[in-house]
Design a protein around this ligand. Structure first.
Ligand code: DAT
Ligand code: MG
Length: 150
């Protein structure tokens, strides 16, 4: 079972799209593990986006992610990382597949609504960065056997 961090970024929160994001992930069959609505500290933003430090868009990216609250979540399921990135769509909304969130609700790369982990390893790392162990809920969903093959 893979896990991914998912953020509804400040633009998604301000545009009242938290429910839309949650709804799409739920309908996809993914299972919610943790969620919190929070202000992001500059320190957390810089750690989360450390890989982009030095890129021309870095300062704007940090300013954007701390500009208003985010909805931070962890979702899990088989192939969760690929499935969730597909549901989000490509980083640039104009390159995102029709039907994906970024296609359907965004126009610009700097206002692309969501974050999702890009590898299984980063799914684990980002989960540990954003959530304590206590915040991760271990539960059985009655529908699991109708969504998960094993
Ligand atoms: P993703 O969020 O799809 O994983 P990423 O990790 O490459 O994309 O970049 C993180 C975020 O940084 C991305 O969601 C938006 C911003 N970003 C990336 N490339 C950018 C660019 N060329 N100009 C402006 N913002 C960019
Ligand atoms: Mg990324």
């Amino acid at each position: 079972m893979e896990r991914s961090l998912v953020l509804v970024k400040p633009d998604g929160v301000q545009r009242a799209l938290v429910g839309e994001v949650v709804s799409r992930l739920e309908r996809r069959g993914l299972r919610l593990v943790a969620a919190k609505f929070m202000a992001v500290s500059r320190e957390l933003a810089e750690t989360h986006y450390a890989i982009h430090k030095g890129r021309p868009f870095y300062d704007g990216l940090i300013a954007y992610i701390i500009s208003a609250p985010v909805m931070a979540m962890v979702w899990e399921g088989p192939n969760a990382v690929a499935a969730i990135r597909q549901t989000m769509g490509a980083t640039r909304p104009t390159e995102a597949a029709p039907g994906s969130l970024r296609h359907d609700f965004a126009l610009e790369v700097g206002r692309n609504l969501t974050h999702a982990s890009d590898t299984v390893e980063n799914g684990e790392k980002e989960t540990a960065l954003w959530f304590t162990k206590n915040e991760l809920v271990d539960w059985t969903r009655e529908a699991d056997r109708w969504v998960f093959e094993k």
